[in-house]
Design a protein around this ligand. Structure first.
Ligand SMILES: *[C@@H]1O[C@H](CO)[C@@H](O)[C@H](O)[C@H]1NC(C)=O
Ligand SMILES: *[C@@H]1O[C@H](CO)[C@@H](O)[C@H](O)[C@H]1NC(C)=O
Ligand SMILES: *[C@@H]1O[C@H](CO)[C@@H](O)[C@H](O)[C@H]1NC(C)=O
Ligand SMILES: *[C@@H]1O[C@H](CO)[C@@H](O)[C@H](O)[C@H]1NC(C)=O
Ligand SMILES: CC(=O)N[C@H]1CO[C@H](CO)[C@@H](O)[C@@H]1O
Length: 575
């Protein structure tokens, strides 16, 4: 769930993504890690695997497979041209090695994208070659010629620092800057752009020229002349001269939904069709530019603030949509304040992007869902890096004080407990990863061990063959969840009620099984870590049921005017 993850597995064109990530200003706030060399290694292994498998399924040469891959990429954001550039530079060596039956691990070690550091184990995704590793590598080096070390610059912290890529990085940077207005000022957090944390992340601004019009505010003069709260309801009913907003929304207790979350909340997702050779086609990459600009998160499909039906044909069913269905006056009032890698300990760094005016705005339901990063890190021994209950308590209290001074009176805050990630190993370890399905040679256990060898695991504690460690991680997560529960029962705040809800993965898994599904189908196939879209929607359903049963006041009343609002305003201007 830490930042590098998004680049990690994000190939087929890892190089491109790494490049774009380095070039994109959207990432400025992310810490640079010392493991960038390892990221390049994963990227290389994924790309070379895809090329190799694409050649296999299309019965073509590696050369043709590479060209095919590039030709499928969209022109946008220089994706296609960078791809050709990459082929131009590395293509011939990759072809030579693949033709000599070297696998992706060997190719990437030979080209020195992967390196075995002194005193560290050799990291590999595929089973090691039958012949001794050293001998294979020697043979491979011989195939590409001796001058490797001079040919390619060593991977260091930014791929943009490679001399031959510097120029294209510059171009991407300026292209992104030109095409997207960055909105940093506090008064203007809503956007008419979908990505780069625009309206895929929070309700679309209906009047980008006015700072006083935004989703969630109490209407100005009952919106008689303009839609000040962007819910699509405004104007005066000619029949009786009463403003529609007053007629339909007064006393309906409108409220917004705000998520404070991590990558799971933002719905982090790498599309399997980008790297599964059997699925790769021209259509596979249509969504890549959007995904890249959204940091590989898909909040528009998330279970909490999602509003679009996904391309996979799953009907979107988020908490936001349910709130909107219950009271159409809530239209567009959602905010996704979530970040890959977020935890109780770093939330303070971005909570300020939450936008709610205590005096002018309607109350909000805030969901606090830091479901894993407090126990997840990539260290060889992850335990010392885990948040302690004491640290959690003190940070959470700070967060709550912040919320109390920013949320309108009558708001609600709901804590989610942490997930118990033990299900990852239990359900996945002996299944094939998408990269291993074609030749039955990569299981999730292998993927986990490759990542942890490179010290890149998003969650060493759970993505590990070490049963003791997995149990220890679950234990800590449980302890932190109990701490949140204690805070919720003990502490009182003037502007909101506080509740606690277990992160009920077990329950939704059972529900999914009742519907004929398998537990592994609830996990992101590529990263083998995040809950996927189906899980996210089941969680939303579960959340709704629980809250409706235990604390119905959180959700507010059903608005009797909903059908009239539909008659007069149709889809209320979309999301
Ligand atoms: C693959 O291509 C080669 C050469 O074009 C051809 O001889 C062979 O029959 C093809 N194999 C399959 C399974 O199509
Ligand atoms: C990366 O490598 C380039 C060229 O070798 C060098 O100029 C640059 O300082 C390096 N960056 C870091 C952070 O080491
Ligand atoms: C907040 O609203 C409640 C009723 O919903 C009221 O009892 C309370 O006095 C209000 N608090 C403040 C600080 O206005
Ligand atoms: C498994 O994890 C535990 C807890 O971190 C550790 O003490 C132990 O040495 C690990 N076992 C192996 C075989 O690595
Ligand atoms: C549109 C939107 O809500 N963007 C915010 C989402 O969350 C991140 C992280 O807190 C903010 O930086 C964005 O402004």
């Amino acid at each position: 769930m830490k930042f590098p993850w998004k680049i990690l597995m994000a190939a087929p064109l890892f190089f491109l993504l790494a490049l774009h990530t380095s070039a994109s200003p959207a990432y400025n706030d992310q810490p640079t890690t010392s493991h960038s060399g390892s990221r390049v290694c994963v990227g290389c292994v994924v790309v070379v695997s895809v090329i190799e498998q694409l050649a296999q399924v299309r019965n073509s040469t590696a050369q043709a497979a590479m060209e095919r891959l590039c030709s499928y990429l969209p022109e946008k954001l220089f994706l296609k041209s960078t791809c050709y550039l990459v082929i131009h530079i590395f293509g011939s060596d990759i072809i030579k090695l693949l033709s000599a039956d070297m696998n992706a691990d060997v190719v990437c070690h030979t080209l020195e994208f992967c390196k075995q550091d002194a005193g560290r184990p050799l990291c590999h995704l595929y089973p090691p070659p039958k012949v001794a590793w050293e001998l294979t590598l020697k043979k491979a080096r011989h195939i590409v010629g001796k001058s490797q070390t001079l040919k390619y610059p060593r991977s260091n912290s930014s791929i943009c620092s490679l001399p031959f890529l510097a120029k294209i990085c510059q171009e991407i940077k300026s292209a992104i800057k030109k095409s997207v207005p960055f909105k940093d000022s506090d008064s203007d957090k809503y956007s008419v752009f979908p990505t780069l944390r625009g309206y895929h992340w929070r309700g679309r601004d209906c009047n980008d020229h006015s700072k006083t019009a935004y989703p969630g505010r109490r209407p100005d003069n009952w919106d008689a002349h303009q839609d000040s709260n962007c819910n699509g309801i405004w104007g005066i009913d000619p029949k009786d001269g009463i403003p529609y907003e007053k007629k339909f929304c007064e006393g309906s207790q409108p409220r917004g939904i705000i998520l404070l979350g991590d990558s799971a909340g933002a719905h982090f997702h790498i599309a399997p069709e980008w790297i599964t050779a059997l699925q790769i086609s021209l259509n596979s990459f249509l969504n890549l530019p959007t995904a890249v600009s959204n940091e590989l998160d898909w909040p528009q499909f998330s279970g909490i603030t999602g509003f679009l039906d996904s391309t996979s044909g799953i009907k979107e069913d988020s908490i936001y949509l349910r709130l909107r269905k219950r009271n159409h006056c809530n239209h567009r009032d959602y905010q996704n304040i979530s970040k890959n890698g977020a935890s109780s300990q770093n939330l303070e760094k971005f909570i300020e992007s939450l936008s709610r005016n205590q005096l002018l705005d309607y109350p909000a339901i805030v969901i606090y869902a830091m479901i894993g990063n407090d126990v997840c890190n990539g260290k060889m021994d992850p335990v010392p890096g885990m948040t302690t209950p004491e640290k959690l308590y003190s940070k959470v209290m700070e967060t709550l004080k912040y919320l109390n001074s920013h949320l309108p009176n009558g708001s609600h805050v709901i804590f989610y407990g942490l997930a118990d990630g033990a299900f990852l190993w239990d359900h996945l370890h002996n299944r094939y990863h998408p990269l291993g399905q074609l030749n039955k040679d990569v299981t999730y256990a292998q993927l986990y061990s490759f990542l942890s060898c490179l010290q890149l695991s998003p969650c060493q504690g759970w993505m590990s063959a070490n049963k003791t460690l997995r149990a220890l991680t679950s234990e800590r997560a449980e302890l932190l969840s109990r701490t949140l529960k204690t805070v919720a029962t003990r502490e009182k705040f003037t502007n909101f009620n506080l509740f606690y809800l277990d992160f009920a993965f077990q329950e939704i898994t059972e529900e999914w099984q009742r519907r004929g599904g398998q537990p592994w189908q609830l996990i992101e196939p590529i990263d083998g870590f995040h809950p996927n879209e189906v899980a996210s929607i089941l969680l939303a359903e579960h959340f709704w049921k629980k809250v409706q049963l235990q604390w119905p006041e959180v959700l507010g009343k059903e608005n009797p005017f909903n059908s009239q609002i539909e008659q007069v305003f149709g889809d209320q201007g979309g999301h």
